[in-house]
Design a binder for this molecule. Structure first.
Ligand code: 4NP
Length: 153
């Protein structure tokens, strides 16, 4: 199994959306027996929380299911996962600070070279879930293509 962990700050807005959108693409490609995903926050405020209504609303509008609850990333995750995919530069710094493991750590938008920005903006205070969705979708498409190529799927 190829394991992908999406990471943001709170694990209630961006990373659960990325997990849901990515797994939707994985299912559409018929690869759910080869690839699985999870998400986590670098912060601890939202452990066991449901996603933000902005994330749930856009997923519902797109017909994409999601059932996960918030959790915090831990050192173990760096070895348990094959890919750790961060939303912004602060997430990337915080993941690197946990140490080094087996996982390949990279920003989501490295997989979306044509996107106009390099970080997925935090919608928690300012909104903008539509913009986040488009960036997350572009990144998820690119990430799945990269994984398929790297693993011959
Ligand atoms: P996320 O958004 O990192 O995309 O889940 C946030 C959620 C909660 C907080 C910050 C960002 N917070 O400060 O509680």
């Amino acid at each position: 199994m190829i394991r992908v962990l999406f990471v943001c700050l709170g694990n209630i807005c961006r990373s659960p959306m990325a997990e849901a959108v990515f797994m939707h693409l994985v299912r559409e490609a018929g690869l759910e027996n080869k690839i699985e995903a999870d998400s986590a926050g670098t912060g601890s405020w939202h452990i066991d929380s449901v996603p933000h209504p902005g994330t749930l609303g856009i997923l519902e509008a797109k017909g994409i299911p999601y059932e996960g609850l918030g959790r915090q990333i831990k050192r173990d995750d760096l070895d348990k996962f094959d890919y750790i995919v961060t939303m912004d530069d602060e997430n990337l710094r915080n993941v690197r600070r946990l140490g080094k493991g087996r996982a390949k750590v990279a920003p989501l938008l490295d997989y979306a070279p044509h996107a106009e920005i390099r970080e997925v903006p935090d919608p928690y205070f300012d909104g903008g879930f539509d913009v986040v969705y488009h960036l997350v979708h572009e990144g998820a498409v690119g990430l799945l293509a990269a994984i398929r190529q790297e693993h011959g799927l």
